[in-house]
Design a protein around this ligand. Structure first.
Ligand code: NAG
Ligand code: NAG
Ligand code: NAG
Length: 472
């Protein structure tokens, strides 16, 4: 490293640390670090595998990762695994309460047990960055290729000195331009750049870099997803409804959309960055799907339901280009036995995916997610557990809502999450609750008794035709 770069990096680190008011104690060094920046999807996937060593005189159990404050609102799914003990769950992570004025903030990782002086441990740190790319050029014609540009740090972010590190950058299309640090650094092979190895990088050092690559796929961003799951014991049904507010964050159209040209080119099926179709793999046993947008039912959808899978293929009403927004709703039903188990006593266990959503080669990112689980009326003792990273869960509530004909009101569990990606489709949401038979019979009983009352009144009044007439 050139002396100038060292000084600049040190200066930026010192101002960052000084302003935050909190400085992680210098008790570790990174003996070896491999950093992978994946730009293959709509969002950035960061993976840092680091062998940490306690260089202090006493055992240590808190390791810190610095993130620029500007990025914090766009970070999601921050998770840390113990590389030597893959079976143990993710380590506890939380964001350190920091000075909002500071330009760097810290994630605190709690090691499973204190690391002895001189001892080493390997951590697998991963997280996603949303709204990460800048289309360059910002606007293109409808048949032109789309390119994305991304700025990153060729060093892994760290508050500790690093003995040896390298950074791999993988892109979702051919690389057009990139920052060259030295002769042959990075090395390039097809869609991959390898920066480093770098030796003895200082704590907090940065190496601002940039890459620009072809991305002939839509850049799908869901600013809001509302997912409602309605459990009905009486109907033996679980109903799902999802409302998406989707925007394409890629290069905007420079000219007016030409439908004729689009229809002509469809024959050749050229690669395009416009969104043409969304594929939703639903849980097996899903039935009665629907797909609507602001205009109404969208007929251009297909549903295939087999023994092992059910896929809803939904074509938007028009191709969605960069800068365009496409809000839509999908919904479906499923037999309750696919998700619900009876536990002991009045207890029930519901196990559903926290997130479903489309599965696209290019991926999809979700900024704000609200999952609501509408439990049977009178459900009590509601508890939940989810494998979604805790750093992405913002808040939850358990309330009562009144729906038609309910006497007690349904119990509603609502969970707000942020910055999730399609990679988390498999994460579970497990809800346990108690519901007694009387509660589940309450609604049908109510319908029955009120109709009974009408007939009795009709009978008493007399002269009124009780038979339901078939008049037009
Ligand atoms: C949409 O389709 C569903 C089922 O196919 C139907 O029940 C509903 O009436 C339709 N709605 C409109 C507005 O056409
Ligand atoms: C694309 O257009 C949208 C509005 O339609 C605008 O908000 C956005 O900034 C534009 N994107 C670029 C890269 O110019
Ligand atoms: C979740 O977010 C929505 C919209 O921002 C808000 O109305 C709701 O109160 C939040 N729910 C919880 C449980 O925090």
């Amino acid at each position: 490293m050139k002396p100038f770069a060292v000084a600049a990096a040190l200066a930026s680190w010192l101002t960052a640390a000084g302003a935050s008011g909190f400085e992680p104690p210098q008790v570790f060094k990174n003996a070896n670090l491999v950093h992978v920046v994946s730009l293959e999807k709509n969002y950035v996937k960061e993976a840092i595998n680091v062998q940490v060593e306690n260089i202090d005189k006493s055992p240590q159990d808190e390791y810190f990762v610095p993130i620029p404050s500007e990025q914090i609102p766009r970070i999601g799914g921050f998770e840390v695994k113990d590389r030597k003990n893959q079976d143990s769950g993710p380590l506890a992570v939380n964001l350190v309460e920091a000075d909002p004025e500071s330009d760097v903030q810290y994630y605190r990782i709690q090691l499973p047990s204190p690391l002895e002086p001189g001892a080493q441990q390997t951590l697998g740190i991963s997280y996603n960055i949303l709204k990460a790319y800048t289309p360059l050029p910002a606007a293109i014609k409808q048949d032109e290729k789309q390119y994305l540009s991304y700025e990153f740090n060729a060093y892994a972010p760290s508050v500790y000195p690093t003995t040896k590190q390298k950074t791999d950058v993988k892109t979702g299309g051919s690389i057009q331009e990139y920052t060259q640090i030295d002769e042959g650094n990075p090395s390039k092979s097809s869609n991959k750049l390898t920066y480093g190895p770098f030796h003895d990088t200082l704590a907090g050092a940065t190496k601002p870099s940039q890459v620009r690559f072809e991305f002939t796929k839509p850049v799908l961003h869901v600013s809001s997803l509302q997912r409602d799951v309605e459990v009905s014991h009486w109907g033996g049904n679980v109903a799902f409804e999802e409302r998406y507010d989707l925007t394409h964050l890629g290069a905007n159209l420079s000219d007016q959309f030409n439908r004729v040209k689009w229809a002509q080119s469809a024959y050749y099926n050229p690669a395009t960055a416009a969104l043409k179709e969304l594929k939703f793999p639903l849980q097996e046993g899903s039935i009665d799907p629907y797909y609507t947008d602001v205009i109404g039912n969208v007929s251009t959808s297909r549903f295939r339901s087999g023994k092992r899978e059910a896929i809803l293929e939904a074509k938007p009403r028009y191709p969605v280009f960069g800068g365009w927004r496409y809000p839509f709703t999908i919904g479906w039903n499923s037999d309750a036995k696919n998700f619900l188990r009876k536990a002991t006593g009045d207890g029930y266990v519901l196990n559903i995916p926290f997130l479903e959503g489309p599965k696209q080669a290019e991926g999809i990112e979700y900024e704000s997610i609200q999952v609501r689980v509408l439990l049977p009326e009178g459900a009590t003792n509601v508890k939940f557990y989810t494998t979604i990273p805790t750093t992405s869960i913002l808040s939850h509530s358990i309330d009562l809502s009144n729906t038609f004909l309910d006497t007690l009101g349904r119990t509603v569990l609502a969970i707000n999450a942020t910055n999730l990606v399609d990679d988390m489709r498999d994460r579970e949401l497990i809800v346990t609750y108690d519901s007694s038979l009387i509660d589940s019979l309450r609604k049908p009983l109510l319908v029955f008794t009120s109709m009974f009352t009408i007939f009795v009144v009709a009978y008493i009044v007399g002269g009124v035709e009780v038979k339901i007439s078939s008049k037009k």
